[in-house]
Design a protein around this ligand. Structure first.
Ligand code: NAD
Length: 507
């Protein structure tokens, strides 16, 4: 039987719990079926907690609560400055509980504490960014012929179904919730089943900060069942999805039945181009971070490394040596570089790509196998892997692996570099390592990618629009323009002449 155990908006103090509940209409609740599923710590393989396994009836409840909050509630009618204050309050509660959020994120994802610290901080800054951005987001007054007056205003779209992946659980939840509620929408958030914990806590924090009941709801359960149902739900106006390209295609098809607004942040196979004049050490260190950060489980992972043939040997000597120095181990140790893989099945998927590459004639220079980490023997760990002898048409160079695996290829000149970089169905991110500003500009112009990094290991900060070209999806998150993707534009046209108009000229 279902249980709703919460006094309104009084959430347990402890973030670490044996059992979590969803939040629907401001109340903590189990699934109506009473079913639950287990959530694991990927670094140890141990069970971390149980969470409700929502069914369609729970999706109905969450959409109903979000609908009610949107249609009859006060949130979207608040003065924009008041919404901004609540967003800032969310950020300040998160700041005050920073270490607890980081700990929970590390436990549920197996990522390193250093990575989690950066990502939780970015989630906080995302709320702060949209608190600032929303107060300047407004419509226009447009030039009209004769005695007409036209203005536009930005209005929230309605109920947003938001579905997120497991690789950046806290950050993805913030990327979704912050711009959606800043603009006055209501949200039903479905986190990945492997990593729902920090999304649940963030929803609780939203309520604590003063977001009215029903504006942010979180449901937990299998994507194929409840995610898919959310996408087809008549009560949902917009779907914002981050995940695999194949899932995105399915979602886009389903959402078209009710003509929902859709934004898709999908996979990538991002090129990392190193030119002869690059600062070699900077390029090595940045390339290392570009692929092995977050254990390679990043949509923007620079997983195809293209080196100018003149620097191949010098670069590879340093790159291989430093890769071998990367430390796998206790995710809570600040000196650990590479955390765990999210699950056994992801580990197997990564390894099968490596095995297939070997069959295709590629060479594993280092790594290429699962590893046992002392003290974490039951966790899921894979050695940072470099593969050479690859051509860009091989499966290992074309498909997203989503693990600590980089393939290395060479190019002769600028033109070939751009051609190879673009020779993929994806277009999420790309990196350039060079000094010549003319070359950097030409290459950046030629790259078909939503995000281009120049001599930078980092791809985005709050304020940078983030999203893909081609089959990496469409729409942008994290930037100012994201506000447009959570709003409709209403055009109001008035006739302001002294004499009424009679356009049919009937007497
Ligand atoms: P996934 O597509 O398997 O799952 C993502 C989410 O969708 C999960 O919550 C899942 O439960 C749900 N889901 C699964 N099937 C569904 C369906 N049929 N209908 C509706 N929802 C469904 O992706 P993942 O393995 O969790 O995440 C990894 C992927 O996410 C990678 O491809 C990565 O590149 C991508 N990603 C992209 C970005 C970006 O900004 N472009 C950011 C992070 C991750």
């Amino acid at each position: 039987m279902s249980q709703t155990t919460q006094e309104k908006n009084v959430f347990p103090k402890e973030m670490k719990r044996d059992r979590y509940q969803m939040v629907i209409g401001g109340q903590m609740t189990d699934a109506l079926s009473g079913e639950t599923f287990k959530v694991y710590n990927p670094a140890t393989g141990a069970v971390l907690a149980e969470v409700p396994k929502a069914g369609k009836e729970d999706v109905d409840r969450a959409v109903k609560a979000a609908r009610e909050a949107f249609d009859n509630g006060k949130w979207r009618r608040y003065p924009v400055g008041k919404r901004a204050r609540v967003l800032n309050k969310i950020a300040s509660i998160m700041r005050s509980r920073f270490n607890e959020l980081v700990e929970l994120e590390v436990l549920n994802s197996g990522k390193t504490v250093a990575a989690a610290q950066g990502q939780v901080m970015q989630a906080i800054e995302d709320f702060e960014f949209y608190a600032g951005a929303i107060v300047t987001h407004s419509g226009t007054v447009n030039n009209m012929p004769g005695p007409f007056f036209n203005y536009t205003q930005k209005e929230p779209i309605g109920v947003c179904g938001q579905i997120i992946p497991w690789n950046y659980p806290m950050m993805m939840a913030a990327w979704k919730i912050a711009p959606a509620i800043a603009t006055g929408n209501s949200v039903v958030l479905k986190p990945a089943s492997l990593t729902p914990l920090t999304a649940i806590i963030l929803t609780e924090i939203c309520h604590e900060a003063g977001v009215p009941d029903g504006v942010v709801n979180v449901i937990t359960g299998p994507g194929a069942a409840i995610g898919s149902y959310l996408v087809t739900h008549e009560g949902v106006d917009k779907v914002a999805f981050t995940g695999e390209t194949s899932t995105g295609k399915d979602i886009m098809a389903k959402a078209s039945e009710t003509l929902k607004r859709v934004t898709l942040e999908l996979g990538g196979k991002s090129p990392n181009l190193v030119f002869p004049d690059a600062d070699l050490d900077g390029a090595v260190d940045g390339s290392l971070f570009g692929i092995f950060y977050n254990t390679g489980q990043s949509c923007e992972a620079r997983s195809r490394l293209f080196l100018h043939e003149s620097i191949y040997d010098a670069f590879m000597e340093k790159f291989i040596a430093k890769t071998k120095k990367l430390k796998l181990g206790d995710p809570f140790a600040q000196e650990t570089h590479v955390g765990a893989i999210i699950s056994q099945s992801q580990l197997e998927k990564i390894h099968s790509y490596v095995e297939e590459a070997k069959k295709d004639g590629a060479t594993v220079v280092t790594g290429g196998e699962a590893v046992q980490v002392p003290g974490f023997e039951n966790g899921y760990w894979y050695a940072p892997t470099i593969i050479t002898g690859v051509t860009n048409d091989m499966k290992i160079a074309q498909e997203e692996i989503f693990g600590p695996v980089v393939v290395v290829m060479t190019f002769k000149d600028e033109k070939e570099a751009v051609k190879l970089a673009n020779d993929t169905k994806y277009g999420l991110a790309a990196a350039i390592w060079a000094k010549d500003n003319g070359l950097i500009k030409r290459v950046a112009d030629g790259l078909r990618a939503g995000v281009v990094m120049v001599n930078s290991p980092f791809s985005a900060f709050p304020g940078t629009p983030f999203g893909g070209y081609k089959q990496s999806g469409f729409g942008r998150e994290l930037g100012y323009e994201t506000l447009n993707l959570y709003t409709e534009t209403k055009s109001v046209l008035s006739y302001i002449g002294a004499k009424p108009l009679n356009p049919f000229n009937l007497q």
